[in-house]
Design a protein around this ligand. Sequence first.
Ligand SMILES: [Fe+2]
Ligand SMILES: [Fe+2]
Length: 395
Amino acid sequence: MFDLNTLQRLLPVRYRDRMDEAVEILTLLKEIQDPRVLLSLGPSGLRGLIWKRGKQGVPTKVQASHSAHFDFTYPADQPDMQTLYQRAKQGQWDADMLPWQTSVDPENPEVPLIPDNFIGWDELQAAGIRLTETEKRRLLHSVTAWMLSQFLHGEQGALFAAAQVTEAVQFFDGKLYGATQVMDEGRHVEVFHRYLTQKLGKLYQVNDNLFVIIDALMADGRWDLKFLGMQIMVEGLALGAFGVVYKLTKEPLLKQLLKMVIQDEARHVHYGVLALRSHIRNELTEREKNEREDWALEVALLMRNRFMAYEVFEEWGEGKMSREQWRHMVSHAPGMIQFRQVMFSRLVPNLREIGLMSPRILPRYEEAGLLKYMTGLSADQLSGEDLVRSLDVAS
Ligand SMILES: [Fe+2]
Ligand SMILES: [Fe+2]
């Protein structure tokens, strides 16, 4: 019988890596069980994974298809969103107030950006990659820059998504709140870009999987899917990811920057919960609800399983170890395991709260090892200040 693995082993490394990538894409498509989800993610998958639109080094256009919702009666329709709007106005800050004068040496072992255990050193060595101490520091520098670059690209997506949902949403109080989020996301783009270019001196291209998600929710005309994709999924996962790096980094400027961003993001996810909770629970048909539930799960798995830092592999490992060996190393490094798991601690409780965790889908979350986060606090129960306090206690 035709055996892909045997064929792969016979190929020269470079072709083997290309084939590994193709097999990974096919597996990903095969995992999507709901045909409607495939239809909604498929074209973005083509643009991101096959054509690699995010990596062409030229501006990319994504066609938007939503309707702008006007209301000339200006109703005071959502008191919770009004409160959030007041809090957001008072919580504005200027990126210039961060201590940019801090001198950052990304390779200083006394002030590590992230802990050593984000890399499986033994596995690298077993694959024949022997690194000096300085090279090890440099690799950790690359991994940090890669993570923060993905944060930055996610923030660009969040900036445009916030602008889109401000137009599309039907709650007037939501539109006013949305205006503050557009400003917040602009500031986040500013601080991550500034940190990467001025302090780390490195900027990685957008990860293909992240591009697929951003592309899909930019192009989808349904406002609630944009909300689900950006405010709950991307923002929720980012909030978890920011929290992990905030807790672990010893670099004071990065820590301070993340602390400020986390407090804004907590409001953004809170807004997503407020906007979607009654809509999903009360206004969608069972079929529509199931589609969103499946979509959320696929996007969650796309983010969890596929964030393998291949952009760092292309720089450090390509030609020296196989893409498959790299993936194994990244999937098993304790720091990376923790990173991926904690990302979900901020997402799963919100999916539960908005009604996308029915008994129908729970076994698949269980299979993915994500059910343990089911009982956590959702964004409407946890302010940004509480969140930072809980991270400080745990560190
Ligand atoms: Fe943001
Ligand atoms: Fe955000």
